[in-house]
Ligand binder design. Structure first.
Ligand SMILES: N[C@@H](CCC[C@H](N)C(=O)O)C(=O)O
Length: 281
């Protein structure tokens, strides 16, 4: 059976199994994706990334799968990991990654931090998408202590709830309910954010197709956009996720830039038995 090499990377603990499919695309069923995602019987990941050839003005196409086997259009932290990987591999100072959400450019700033341009947010209700016409700056949605979110599409759908204290929200309970609310026909990533006394934000995220993660880059992008819309922040802020800080900036063009730590954890081969799907017992 085929041996598929992978590299395990993470951005602030938001972790990725990255498979290089540029020469030969691996055939990964939903069952295989779920088996590899299993943190006890598989490798464990928030997203599995397949690098594929690109036909656009880019260096690579990045396909993104969530731990439940669903496909996503965008992943900010994985983009930073892939940018770093390809900058080393191609000896380039900047890399363009094509995703279902479009072309994303990344580079290293003067202090060595990988920064990616995550593009412009989409804010029309059809673009989120929502199931009916709504003001996306104040979505008519309530679940327990959470209400009145801002909906933002950063290539993928997000709802950001501003609360007094994000630590106090039972995200394990409300995250899956909101992710699957009928107002989100494609489900949504759910964030709770609170402004800190120094102007930074605390951000906790329930990721669509995954659950609570240590960090979510596109949610951080959605949050700076949402905070700016609500007048809670200027165009820049530091967001503190479970796994650490992300520095966010909305540029003059309206594009959202994100910088923060990434790391390579280990390399290995996918056990061929995982490719058959979840084991019994
Ligand atoms: N971890 C990611 C987001 C991954 C995709 C998300 N779960 C979705 O389904 O849209 C990030 O860093 O942006």
């Amino acid at each position: 059976m085929e041996q598929i090499p992978f590299i395990k990377m993470h951005g602030l603990g938001n972790d990725f199994v990255i498979v290089d499919g540029r020469d030969s695309k691996p055939d990964l069923s939903v069952a295989a994706l779920q088996a590899i995602a299993d943190r006890h019987r598989g490798v464990g990941y928030d997203q599995l990334i397949v690098l594929e050839p690109t036909t656009a003005q880019a260096d690579v196409f990045m396909r993104i799968y969530n731990a439940d086997g669903s496909e996503s259009e965008a992943c900010g932290n994985a983009t930073r990991c892939v940018v770093n990987m390809l900058m080393d591999e191609m000896s380039k100072e900047a890399v363009v990654v094509e995703t279902l959400a479009g072309l994303l450019a990344g580079t290293k700033d003067s202090s060595g931090v990988i920064v990616v341009d995550m593009g412009k947010p989409a804010l029309d209700w059809q673009q989120i998408p929502l199931s009916n016409a709504q003001d996306t700056a104040h979505v008519d949605l309530v679940a327990g202590p959470l209400n009145d979110p801002v909906a933002v599409n950063m290539g993928n759908p997000h709802a950001v709830f501003f609360v007094d204290d994000a630590e106090q929200i039972n995200l394990e309970k409300w995250g899956p309910i909101l992710e699957n609310d009928r107002i989100f026909p494609e489900r949504a990533n759910i964030s709770v954010a609170s402004k800190m006394p120094n102007g930074d934000f605390r951000l906790r995220v329930w990721e669509r197709g995954v659950g609570i993660t240590l960090a979510c880059g596109s949610a951080a992008c959605a949050t700076i956009v949402a905070a700016n819309i609500r007048g809670l922040s200027g165009p820049s802020a530091r967001l503190h996720l479970n796994g650490g800080p992300l520095d966010m900036r909305i540029g003059e063009s309206g594009n959202v830039f994100m910088g923060g730590a990434i790391a390579t954890a280990f390399r290995g081969y996918l056990d061929p038995t995982l490719l058959r799907g979840p084991a019994n017992g």
